[in-house]
Design a protein around this ligand. Sequence first.
Ligand code: AMP
Ligand code: ZN
Length: 104
Amino acid sequence: MSEDCIFCKIIRGDFGTEFVYETENTVVFNDINPKAPVHMLVCPKKHYPSLNEVVDKELLGELLQTVQKVTKKIGLKSYRTQINTGKEAGQEVFHLHVHILGQK
Ligand code: AMP
Ligand code: ZN
């Protein structure tokens, strides 16, 4: 938990954000400014500033399994995933997240 991290606050339930899906170590919620008809973010519950800081192989696997599970749950067979790592690559929120973008 990072005190000034917006995603940590979302995960803690501070804003009452609805989770589209949740596993033991991950949550999925809708992007506030969607760039596609379906735009969800998969986050680890634990705070990691970016992909670069994660050494936990199980967590890395769980993040992608969550992508599989949430897209199956909502019936999305075709989608794009994106992980922005670092400011120069467009990362704006420094809590690791996987974008899922698709048409519905
Ligand atoms: P990135 O550029 O990869 O760091 O992406 C950050 C994403 O977080 C952007 O697509 C934002 O629209 C999204 N975002 C920022 N604040 C919120 C929020 N409070 N709830 C949901 N999504 C958010
Ligand atoms: Zn965080």
